[in-house]
Design a binder for this molecule. Sequence first.
Ligand code: WQD
Length: 336
Amino acid sequence: MSVLVTGGAGYIGSHTVVELLNNNMEVIMIDDFSNSKPQVLENIKKITGKDFKFYEIDYSNRKELEKVFKENPDIDGVINFAGFKAVGESVQKPIDYYINNVSGALVLLDTMKKYNVKKFVFSSSATVYGEENEIPYVETMKTGGTTNPYGTTKLFIEQILKDIYKSDNSWDIAILRYFNPIGSHESGLIGEEPQGIPNNLMPYIVRVACGKLKELSIFGNDYPTKDGTGVRDYIHVVDLAKGHVKAIEKLNKERSGLYIYNLGTGIGYSVLDIVNTFEKVTNQKVPYKIVERREGDIAEFYANAEKAKNELGWIAEKSLEDMCRDSWNYIVKNLT
Ligand code: WQD
């Protein structure tokens, strides 16, 4: 199977490309390095011992994108990771987020249609469940009520995909709703490197542990959760990547359909669980202070992951200890 991966040099994209290559798929990667580095390409080849085609282009540039489809007539399906993904930044720059994420996806889908490529895997997010749903989240629940433009772009693209499928059910679409991806490939060759000061918890913790940042601010310990700190469903990025392989394989088998899956572990961990597990597994201290709640945060959410297990034969296998160990291993090998 030949798979076009947009944003393939990014954190989740690069881990997915590794798993696609490990499963003997042919990969054509697109990335503009707006939030990734060229070195990632070499490291993917080192990990897998395999090569793949690469185009340094902006996926939303129709002319450049057409060139990729013209030169690769055997593309069977597309996995779309390209897009901006910082919640806080999206509040400051909504137009950039709607142009890059939504218009970009539309240019990609329109070009796919033109070249009759109709198998599409979309990188969505648990954010689309909003704040009203009961936990654990189930795919049949109502979506909406996103609290930031980043989450809203995911909601919009999910709706676009539903409308496309309704207009032409020869499309084969998988919407994958991620929970909280953390960790890195065990080789330590690829991992998460957010630009600037990290917004997310684990990238912040590892930078405190190696001394690049002074201390962790825990955003509130007065939530109605087991220890008062926020609870999330953390999933190892390699498990997440394997979920994409299962999804594209399913689309390859099916003739048509629109499928929605939660990719989570089904287990919620608090911020203090993460800090304590990280310290235990790595023997590194993570000094922290409790501060005010962060605007837009909700107390607790995690996945019901039964559907992906039953329909894709996929479950998350790695433990929280693995996630902490691999996150630290990447930092030791790259940022210290
Ligand atoms: C996790 C928990 C914070 C940082 C977001 C997006 C989601 C996805 C993942 C992209 C919360 C607490 C965090 C810190 C803290 N984005 N925290 N101090 O907000 O659950 O999800 O990132 O794919 O779509 O919504 O992730 O890692 O920011 O926060 O106390 O310095 O850690 O309050 O409880 P979040 P997060």
